[in-house]
Design a protein around this ligand. Sequence first.
Ligand code: 1GP
Length: 252
Amino acid sequence: MKVWDYIVETLEKHPLYFVLIDPDETGYDEAPKVAKEAQEGGADAILIGGTVGVQGEILDSVVKRVKEEVDVPVILFPGDISGISKYADAILYISLLNSRNPYYISGVQALSAPILLRYRLEVIPTAYLITEPGQETAAGWVGDARPLPRRKPSLAATYALAAKFIGFKMVYLEAGSGASYPVDNRIVAAVRRAIGDFPYVIVGGGIRTPEVAAEKVRYGADAIVTGTVVEEVQDIRETVASFARAVHSTKR
Ligand code: 1GP
């Protein structure tokens, strides 16, 4: 089954919860175990990636080992052209629409397209919008983003509407990994209002509790991503389970 079909079918049942594994943070040897426990806790997919570091043979080997441990989709979340592995199920084909640098809007996509074709990787066209406080995170800094201000949610909404008109299937609202606070609820709500039911909205960055994850869903998120919380706890399965329960049981 295509990952996209899995996403659409699962969304008919409940909102999605993705666990992001950045092997540079979790450790390359720990990543497969983290993925297994995340699946057992109820994660709907595993994202693998990071802004710096994860690439080449090491990435291939991590993705292969993660695939051996889980049945849920393993989706690449690349920081650059180097974040590609033919062993993954799909890739978020990301365009950072509010970057100042055209490389992150269309350059990296062009440079990676031939290799994605050769690997026959399923691509999921994703508009990536970095909001405040993304400027304090690696994604915002490296991606040279002009973070969308939380006091002007209409700006995020216009970018999201442009993403819809261009034809993206996902809009990823990102506060940045390890952000001191998550994407503002007013931004999530304004984006949802502007684009209607589609594209699907992913919200990530700075989400630390199941309550906050559920809140983002109530304001309009279709999918929640957490990364850092899983890196910080001992009991990964139970932590993921509490997030999965909160996300899956909340109505959009
Ligand atoms: C980063 O949205 C993800 O791209 C996850 O962020 O690590 O803060 O959970 P956190």
